[in-house]
Design a protein around this ligand. Structure first.
Ligand code: ATP
Ligand code: MG
Length: 468
């Protein structure tokens, strides 16, 4: 009898599992049994791929009588044979119990308390299972759009699973028997490379619109496709992202664009209407594209940044952000100059206005916005090649970034390539040569300000001028 029951359960559970999935996590009753357990021989995760410190944490929790699992991105990445960014542990021990088990442990977070176990530079994050379900809704706080503001309820693994975003992010690697526990069909989605939200996509995006950005980030990083329901909901809900605090959107923006796949991410964010929420001024400037130039500068910057990451070099957030907002700054400055403002002032004012608009969407820490301004304000200064100005400019602490930005403009039609070459030569020249290069022309008719007539691309709306 028992075998027949078990057999029936095996057939029915998957069906139930799906039915519950499509009902949304709040609607999902907690299920007593996993959807499927993949034993050690049925998956490719080996302990040799897991960080030693994460293993120590898992074993220690287990020896203290607690359940302990790896969960989230690390399981997903290990299944793909990729090296995880970090290892997240989840347990039924509450944060205070975790603290008692580890000496090298600190509790963090107010919304949901997490334990950080420190091993030199490596931190293993240990979370307690999150609770869920209607009976605990009083402890969850939703705003009027249905966004989750607070949920600090601890629960069981069966509840925890419904709080996660994508099925492939909700696989649990059990240290007890090295199996992978799958309540939501994550393994099947993993095999087909599908990003599917757990539950009703619209509801899950309303709860936390940042999940839309995560969808794009994972799709690009893993080469997965979005499930059609998820795609449809992003098209509908993209605007909801605007309700997210700008500091969180800044963090997410960095994750999106400093991941090594910035160009693809940019294209995909635009496709889903998410980019315009993150960078409204940039999106507007792309609409007034002149012969493809503005788009080119940004694309080149994204490409360069991806290449640098691929080569193991560092990339700076402010440089990329300066590239994102350069076109809006330039267009606004042109307008101001057309109204009679002096070039330098017009650019300064435009920079302030554009930064002021941008921080309504994504925060920009002060040191970042300062650095962006410096890169921008250096651009007109590159036009001055006579006298002492070049040697002063080269001593600017951010000269290198400013020069790289000039190169970017020169490569994409926004500055005279000859100007960029001159600066390349000037940097490598010895003092004597540098002096020669910056001497006024023989006839002595140098421009008083030291500014040379600069290159400007010629378009119908943009007659040649003497500036940037
Ligand atoms: P990464 O490789 O970028 O670290 P990750 O999937 O591990 O990817 P984290 O932000 O580290 O992403 O989150 C760990 C896990 O926590 C996720 O896999 C997911 O299960 C859950 N999670 C994180 N953010 C959310 C969210 N906004 N909504 C629901 N679940 C989330
Ligand atoms: Mg992670």
């Amino acid at each position: 009898m028992k075998t027949i029951l078990n057999f029936l359960k095996k057939i029915i559970n998957p069906v139930l599992g799906r039915a519950e999935v499509s009902g949304g996590h709040n609607a999902a009753p907690s299920i007593a049994e996993p959807f499927k357990i993949y034993s050690r021989s049925e998956h490719n995760i080996s302990r040799s791929q897991v960080s030693e410190n994460a293993l120590k944490v898992l074993y220690r929790l287990q020896s203290e009588g607690f359940d302990a699992y790896l969960v989230g991105g690390c399981v997903r990445d290990l299944l793909l044979g990729r090296e995880p960014k970090d290892f997240d542990v989840v347990t039924n021990a509450d944060p205070d119990q975790v603290r008692k088990v580890f000496r090298n442990c600190r509790l963090i977070g107010r919304r949901f308390r997490l334990a950080h176990v420190h091993f030199g530079k490596e931190i293993i994050e240990v979370a307690t299972f999150r609770g869920a379900g209607e009976e605990q809704n009083d402890k969850q706080l939703l705003n009027k759009e249905g966004r989750l503001l607070r949920d600090n309820v601890y629960g069981t693994i069966e509840e925890d699973v419904w709080r996660r975003d994508f099925t492939v992010n909700a696989l649990y690697y059990n240290i007890k028997d090295f199996s992978v526990v799958d309540y939501v069909g994550g393994m099947a989605d993993h095999k087909t490379g599908t990003l599917r939200l757990i539950g009703d996509p619209e509801m899950r995006f309303r709860e936390d619109p940042v999940r839309m950005l995560r969808a794009v980030r994972f799709a690009v990083k893993l080469g997965f496709k979005l499930d059609p329901d998820c795609e449809r909901s992003i098209h509908i809900d993209a605007e909801l992202l605007a309700s997210i605090p700008s500091a969180r959107l800044y963090d997410e923006t960095l994750k999106l664009f400093l991941s090594g796949y910035a160009l693809q991410t940019f294209e995909m964010l635009r496709h889903y209407g998410l980019f315009q929420v993150l960078f409204p001024s940039t999106e507007d400037s792309l609409a007034v594209e002149e012969s493809g130039f503005p788009r080119l500068l940004l694309i080149k910057a994204l490409e360069n940044s991806d290449n640098r990451i691929a080569e193991g070099k560092t990339v700076t957030a402010y440089f990329l952000l300066a590239a994102f907002l350069w076109e809006p700054v330039r267009i606004l400055a042109q307008e101001k100059m057309a109204r009679g403002e002096i070039e330098v002032i017009a650019y300064q004012d435009a920079a302030s206005e554009i930064i002021g608009r941008q921080i309504k969407s994504t925060a920009l820490p002060r040191h970042i916005s300062m650095a962006m301004r410096e890169v921008w304000s250096m651009q007109p200064k590159f036009n001055a090649r006579i006298g002492s100005k070049p040697s002063r400019l080269i001593g600017h602490p951010r000269f290198r970034a400013g020069y790289d930005f000039l190169l970017l403009r020169a490569q994409t039609g926004g500055a005279d390539p000859e100007l960029a070459e001159w600066w390349a030569k000037y940097q490598n020249a010895n003092e004597n040569e540098q002096r020669k290069m910056t001497q006024p022309p023989r006839n002595g008719q140098s421009n008083k300000s030291g500014r040379k007539r600069s290159y400007h691309r010629k378009t119908k709306d943009n007659p040649p001028k003497t500036e940037l």
